[in-house]
Every structure is written in C-alpha cells, then in structure tokens.
Design a protein around this ligand. Structure first.
Ligand SMILES: [Zn+2]
Length: 310
C-alpha cells in the first residue's frame, strides 16, 4: 500500500520507519513514514481501539497526583498570580518559569475573562494552573475521559473538537501536546477555525521533528510515543497545514527541555521512556543549558505556534 502523506498528499519516496511503544515498555512495534515533501513523520495505519493505549489509571495526562509540597507550591503560585495581575512585579519577570503557558500568551490580547478552550486537556491540570493565574472563562474537551467533569472553575466535556458544538465562540483555542494525537488533522483545524472569534488565537504546542534530538536519536527519540502520537510535524508541514486552513503565523518559539536528552537516552538503553537515569546536578544543569541553546537556534524538539485567522 502506498504511504500517502495525510498532510500534503505526497506519495513518492516516503521512507518507512519502525518505532516501538516505550511509555509502558510493551515494545510493541508500529510502522511510521516520513513524508519526502513536507517532512512530517506519521503513523502508517491508525490502530483500532485507541482507548487501550490511554488507560486512565496509567496515562500521565489523566493521572496527575498531588505531589509532595503541593500546598507550599500552591501558596507560592497563588502569590505570584496575585503579583501578575496587580503588577507588583514587572510583567517581564520570568513568570513562565512557574506557569509555562504564559510564554505563549506574551504580547497577545488575552485577558482574565477571555474565553479559552483547551483541546485534549486530559483531567485538566493546565486548566487548574490557569485558574490559579486568575483566568475565569475556561473550558476543556477530551474524548478519552470517562465522563464530563464540572468544577466551580471550569467544565471539561467528553468529546473531540469535530463533534463539539458550544453556543459560543472562543478567544483562544489551544492544543497543548494534544494535536499530535489526533487522526483528523484537517478536520480539526477547520473545526478550530470555526470555534474562534475573528480576532481569536490558535495556539499549538507540539513536538517538532526537524530538530537536533531526532537527528541524534532517530527511532529512539522520546517524542515518538508510538502509537499515541500519530503525527510528528516538521516546522514546514505545520506551516503548510495551518496555511491551508486559513491561519497566519503570529509567532513561534521552541520550548524543549533536557528531557529530549534524558528520555531519549533512557529509550536507547532500556526501551522505556521513564527510566530516569540518575543525573548529577552538574550534568542536569549542562543538559538544561544545552536545551536552552537549541531553543534559541529553533532546533529544540518541541515548539509553540501562535496563529490567527487570515
Ligand atoms: Zn507531506
């Protein structure tokens, strides 16, 4: 069967790769290919019954446990949130070190009452963080949750974006490491376009394959996460796809971490992504610095794209 790119349609010279499941360490093999034209890596056949690969008791997005010192962290975050909205500390303070999502919001017209939709939000850990920061108009959707979740601060509906029909438009539609899990790439962007106000923002945070870590680790690169990640876009393929659905790029940046080295090396050594080989403080700092350098060079393995309607 020909491997036709589901992003750009190219069917020639697409190279096949075999990638193993490594998050749960099952080692099950899946075939992917790399589009010779747009550079997007993609799974050849979508597995049936994907819910078996998202067990709610194991998959990290659905299983955010309260960690040690959670209370202290919450107090610090509440304090910083207060400072953020009352300008006690200049806005150029690196708040995004504590609240990474704020880096994407920098310079955009987003207020505490902006209507924000988090697509593929899992159990809502990011929505909780955003609540701490004062955002008040939050909604999530995720088809792999057991049921709808309604809290005092936000609601999460069990649905995918293509079947979501709210009675309002959103100022922000964001995909925080969920877009790569979605088979219907074109339909999803068309749905996002339809859900946005005319001045709204589309924010897509995804792994990107035109990066140092993919060149270095190949099929052991940590971001494959087979078979859950259907698409590992290149900067070129996401640009082509979003343009086709009438979005224009506002800004982009890389936000990769030292995990691109440590997790990929764990997969190389143990065929398991979360072995967490113990690192000395010195090496951890060095890898963190290397990740920052790659981000500066647009060569980190994760990126954030902020777009608007054309
Ligand atoms: Zn392609």
């Amino acid at each position: 069967m020909e491997n036709k790119c589901k992003i750009c349609g190219n069917a020639e010279n697409n190279e096949e790769l075999v990638v193993k499941e490594n998050q749960f360490g099952t080692g099950k093999k899946f075939t992917y290919f790399k589009c010779a034209d747009c550079g997007c890596l993609q799974i050849t056949d979508f597995p049936k019954e994907m819910s078996q690969y998202y067990p709610n008791d194991k998959y990290y997005s659905y299983n955010m446990k309260t960690k040690k010192n959670a209370k202290i962290k919450k107090i610090i975050k509440t304090f910083l949130r207060y400072c953020y909205f009352h300008n006690f500390i200049p806005k150029n303070f690196r708040y995004f070190k504590v609240f990474p999502f704020l880096k994407a919001f920098e310079g955009l017209r987003i207020t505490a009452s902006s209507a924000i939709l988090d697509v593929g939000c899992g159990s809502g850990s990011l929505l909780k963080q955003m609540t701490y920061c004062g955002y008040k108009n939050l909604t999530g959707i995720d088809p792999f949750n057991d049921k709808d979740i309604v809290t005092n601060d936000f609601s999460i509906f069990k649905t995918d974006i293509c079947n979501y029909q709210p009675d309002k438009k959103f100022d922000v539609v964001m995909f925080n490491h969920s877009f790569e899990h979605i088979a219907e790439q074109h339909e999803t962007l068309a749905a996002a376009h339809n859900l946005l106000t005319d001045t709204g923002y589309l924010i897509i945070r995804i792994p990107v394959c035109d990066c140092f870590a993919y060149r270095k680790y190949g099929v052991n690169w940590r971001a494959w996460d087979a078979p859950r990640h259907f698409f590992l876009h290149s900067t070129n393929s996401i640009a082509g796809l979003t343009k086709k659905h009438n979005f224009i790029l506002v800004k982009q940046f890389c936000d990769s971490s030292e995990g691109q080295f440590t997790e990929s090396e764990d997969i190389e050594k143990y065929a398991f992504r979360y072995q967490h080989t113990l690192l000395s403080k010195k090496r951890s700092k060095l890898l963190h610095q290397q990740a920052e350098i790659l981000n500066e060079m647009y060569d980190g393995d994760t990126a954030c794209f902020i777009l608007k309607k054309q």
